[in-house]
Write a protein of this length. Sequence first.
Lengths: 243, 275
Amino acid sequence: MAYLEIRGLNKVYRSSARPPVEALHGLDLAVHQGELVALLGPSGCGKTTLLQIVAGLESPSAGQVLLRGRPVQGWSRERTLIFQEYSLFPWLTARGNVEFGLRLAGMARPARQERARQALDRLGVGPFAESYPHQLSGGMQQRVALARALVVEPAVLLMDEPFAAVDAITRRRLQAELRQLQTAQGQTILLVTHSVREALALADRVVVLSARPAAVRMELPVPRPLGPAEAASWEEEIVRYLA
Amino acid sequence: MSAARGRPAVNWRGLLVLVGLAAAWELLPRAGWVDAVLLPPFSRVASRLLALLFAGPLWAHIGASVGRVLLGYGLALAVALPLGFYLGLRERAEEWLGPLTQLLRPLAPPAWIPLAILWFGIGNAPAVFIIFVGTVLTILLGTIAAVRGVDRRLVQGALTLGATRTQAAFQVVLPAALPELLTMLRLGLGLAWMCVVAAEMVAVSRGLGFLILDARNSFNTTTVLAGMIAIGVLGLLMDGGLRQLQRRLLRWQTGSKGYGILGDTRAEQGLSELR
C-alpha cells in the first residue's frame, strides 16, 4: 500500500453568482515513502487546490486522502505546507520561525533551540539565525522556511511552487540542495511546479495533470542519474504533451 | 534594529511650517489686516496659555479632559478590540455589520449629545459616552480590517506546523495584524480628542472643551485659541507616546526606523511593504 494515497478526489466550487467550477475530477495518485513526486500542469488547473486538500486546509467534494492507510482529517503537522513566498513570520527571527512548530509541540526551550540551530545549519543559514525575514534574500527566506518545515518532521512535505519567486541561479542551487536533502533524509515530498525543468531536476516521478478539472494524465518515473541529453528529450516530450 | 534604538530625527520641515504659520499669525493682526479681537496675535495667545498653565487653572481642565478621553477611549477599546478581533476571524463580519455601520457613520459625535444627556444626565458620564460612541465604530471596523488583512498563507503555514485555531489566532493573526492595529489605535486616539469639545458641551464645569466654550461666551478669543492649542499639544503628546510604543513593538519591521516628533512616513511605508 502506498504511503500517501489520493483516491477519486473531486472538488467543485459552488457559488450563487457563477456556475459551479470543477477544480479536480476523479484524481488518483499514490506517493511512496521517501519519494519526491512533482505535479506538473497548466496554470490554474487545480494543483494548488490539490495540495490544500492534502494539507487538510480544504475538504474535497468527494474522494479521500489516506496517509499510511488512514484517511486524513483537517490539518496537522504531519502534512506541512511551504509556499513560494511570504510564508515566514516577519515578527520572528529565522531561529524563532524554525522554533515555532517545536514550541507548539511543547518542546522545552534548550532542546528546541538546539534543534533549530541544527536545522538552520543543515540548510546553510546558521549565520542568519538572529536575522528577521525582511533582512534575508528570497533564497535565504526559502531555506529558513524549509528548515522550519523539516524540523517538525512531517510525514509528507507539501511544496507549492517553492522556488518560483527566486532568481534563476538561486533556484538552481535550491533545487540541488533540496534534492540532496531529500535523498539524505528520505523525506516524502509532494511538490507543485509549473516548470518542466524543475520537475525533471527534482522528482523521482513526474505527474502531469490535465487542464481544469485536473486529473492525472501521465506519470513518468524519472531515471537517475538523468543525463542532459536525456533530460532535454524528456522535457521536449512533456512540453509537447502540455501544449 | 539599532536605528530604532537611537534618538528619532527631528522633522525640520514640519517644524518650519509651524514656525512660518505662527509668524503669519503674529503679523496679520499686528499689521492690522485682521481684527485683533477676532484673531489675537500668536504671542498673546501663547502668553495666555503659559499664564493659565502657571497660575494653575489649566491643569484642572487638562486633567478633566485627559481623564474623559482616556476613559471614553479606553471603554471603546475594551469593547471594540476583542469584538473586532473575533469578528475579523469570522467569515461574514462585513455582512453582519455593513448596514449598521453605514447607518451610524453620518452621526457625528455632537448628534449624540441630546441622547447622552437624557440617558446619563449631566457631568462626566455623558461626556465619556460621547467620546465612546465617537470612537468605538472606527476601532471596531479598523480591527476587523486589520485582522482581515493578514496574509492567509501565514495562517495556513502555522496550521500545518501544528497550530490549533486558537494558537493561530493569538500567535499568528495577532502579531501579523499588529502594525495596522497600532496605526488604528493612533487614529482612534486622535478621534477621541476630536470628540472632547463636543463632549464637554454637555454641562460640565471643567475640561478644555468647557474652557473654550466658556471663553467664547465672554468673547475671549485669546483663551479660546489657548485652549485649542492645549488640545492640539495634548493630542500630539499622547500620539507621540503611542508612536514610541509602535516603534518598540515593531522593531522587526523594515519601516520602523522611526522619524521625528512630527513626521512618520517610514512606518506607513513599512506597512505597505508587509502586504
